[in-house]
Write a protein that binds this ligand. Structure first.
Ligand SMILES: [Zn+2]
Length: 208
């Protein structure tokens, strides 16, 4: 369950001498405040979505939201509107959204780097490289091929004898005992074609 909700926080309060209290008529004690309302997830502010302005008389303790002000207090209503427009939500009301964007940007960068690595490793195979491959086109089962040796254009591989629906089977399957003892060979071109067709989905050079 995702816990989310909304919260109000006071952004600023300004004394407004000269404005007359609609209740007690004191003209020295009016304060205007702006609150920002934000959405939070697990109490982390995600983004602000509304502002409210409130007038308060420190003398009689009367409090009015903009809409509650009597018609004759139009000057105060205008002052609240102006203050609301001039007040921005504090930066920390955006912190959740900023975090999400940072995580997404990091994910994109990692995935770009992984693609670059895959292309570099596949162009120059080395003994110990592990390829993630789809078992066949029609299933979503994945297995591994491990490079045993390379000679010129030929790559000697052993196939993992297990498969899993996890698209990243390295941790689960990369155990020497799980590979076939029987090696077979493919050309570098074969491997690149497999990658272009989406049969070979990842290259790992362990220790890198
Ligand atoms: Zn008052």
């Amino acid at each position: 369950m995702i816990i989310f909700g909304t919260k109000n926080s006071l952004v600023r309060t300004m004394p407004q001498p000269g404005l007359v209290c609609p209740s007690c008529a004191n003209s020295e004690q009016m304060h205007l405040s702006v609150f920002s309302r934000y959405l939070h997830i697990y109490w982390i502010p995600l983004l602000p979505f509304a502002k409210t302005a409130v007038a308060q008389c420190l003398h009689c303790k009367g409090t009015w939201a903009q809409k509650e002000l009597p018609a004759e207090a139009s000057g105060m209503r205008q002052a609240l509107e102006t203050l609301k427009k001039q007040t921005r939500a504090p930066w920390w009301h955006w912190v959740g959204l900023l975090l999400l964007l940072a995580v997404a940007a990091f994910g994109l960068w990692m995935s770009g780097r992984n693609k670059e690595d895959n292309a570099t490793y596949l162009a120059a195979p080395q003994a110990g490289d592990v390829y993630t491959v789809r078992k066949n086109d029609s299933t979503s089962e994945y297995s591994l091929l491990k490079v045993v040796s390379t000679q010129g254009n030929t790559v000697e591989l052993v196939a993992n004898e297990y498969a899993t629906t996890n698209a990243h089977p390295l941790n689960k399957l990369n155990d020497p005992a799980k590979y076939s003892k029987q090696a077979f060979s493919l050309s570098r071109l074969d491997l690149q074609v497999m990658q272009q067709k989406g049969q070979l989905t990842d290259v790992d050079r362990l220790g890198k």
